[in-house]
Design a protein around this ligand. Structure first.
Ligand code: G1P
Length: 298
């Protein structure tokens, strides 16, 4: 078995009901932060971490996601003819090599674990990454997944990204029960998906970046139902521990935005807007004004 992580799974089958009515006709992964779809951030992070094969687990109504990663010959010709080289470069940066993306369908929404299981045949007997595009992670240096790939070269076993969350939010996450910590690494002794409020073993939550061994896929094949009656990825990783294998949490360096929630999505939009030199000043003045006016009124 190779230890190099070259494949990543992107579960994109969700209905995105929190963003209705927008998601009635567009997949939530196509929603933009400034001018780039959420899925583009996920793909770029994977590419920067050395991923070469991209597996999308999709569902009905996600056709525009496939089109997004295809060439756009008419647009290309038009930009070329008009000499709009900068836009052409932006467009070309989204092109993926032929055959690099594979799509598998999850026919029924049976949970995140089931979505990952749907990609089993394409993953084979290799470690693989999972990126949840809802979790957008901004980092000044290396991307979150790249940090994890480097740490994984030392640890082996399965690894999940993690961060502290407020106590009253723990029940929305997979939560780690930790044995010991060294630097950014936490040795995990148990994991629980969406613990009932007040029962969480810690405030250390799983964030949507994983490096997993193929044993996790075998565990998922048991189709065991967990929290919310769904087949949970967290449970299949927790089974690794009971089977005697190492699982680590990795406290990544970066800021995570929960773009699966409206508040997180708006925060990310503002933060990413402020990072753009061409938008920064105007946005800053606007924010100061609008916040000032609101505060004065309250
Ligand atoms: C999923 C996982 C959960 C994890 C979270 C991170 O939950 O099941 O363990 O903590 O992503 O965003 P979801 O947000 O899909 O309910």
């Amino acid at each position: 078995m190779t230890n190099k992580v070259t494949k990543a799974i992107f579960p994109v089958a969700g209905l995105g009901t929190r963003f209705l009515p927008a998601t009635k006709s567009i997949p939530k992964e196509i929603m933009t932060l400034v001018d780039r779809p959420l899925i583009q951030y996920a793909i770029d992070e994977a590419r920067a971490a050395g991923i070469e094969e991209f597996i999308f687990v999709t569902s009905r109504g996600k056709g525009s996601l496939e089109d997004y990663f295809d060439r756009a010959p008419i647009l290309e010709e038009d930009l070329k003819a008009k000499g709009k080289d900068e836009l052409l470069d932006i467009l070309n940066a989204t092109n993926m090599p032929s055959g690099a993306i594979a799509y598998v369908r999850q026919a029924k929404a049976l949970g995140l674990g089931h979505a990952i299981y749907c990609a089993s045949r394409l993953v084979g007997d290799e470690p693989f990454a999972v990126i949840l595009p809802d979790d957008v992670i901004a980092s000044e240096g290396k991307s979150c997944l790249q940090q994890m790939v480097e740490a994984y070269e030392e640890t082996g076993g399965s690894m999940v990204a993690c961060m502290e969350v407020p106590e009253n939010k723990a029940s929305a996450y997979g939560i780690l029960d930790v044995d010991s910590e060294e630097g950014r690494l936490a040795k995990v002794k148990a994991m629980v998906e969406k613990p009932a409020p007040g029962t969480q073993p810690s405030n250390l939550a799983v964030i949507g970046r994983y490096i997993l061994t193929p044993d996790v896929l075998k565990n998922l094949g048991g189709f065991k139902k967990g929290a919310g009656g769904e087949i949970q990825l967290t449970d299949a990783i927790a089974d690794e521990i009971t089977q005697g294998r190492n699982v680590h949490g990795y406290r990544f360096d970066g800021t995570r935005y929960d773009c699966g929630s409206k508040a997180g999505y708006l925060q990310a939009t503002v933060a990413f807007g402020l990072e753009r030199p061409e938008l920064r000043d105007e946005l800053m003045v606007f924010l100061q004004d609008v916040v000032g006016v609101k505060m004065a009124a309250e």
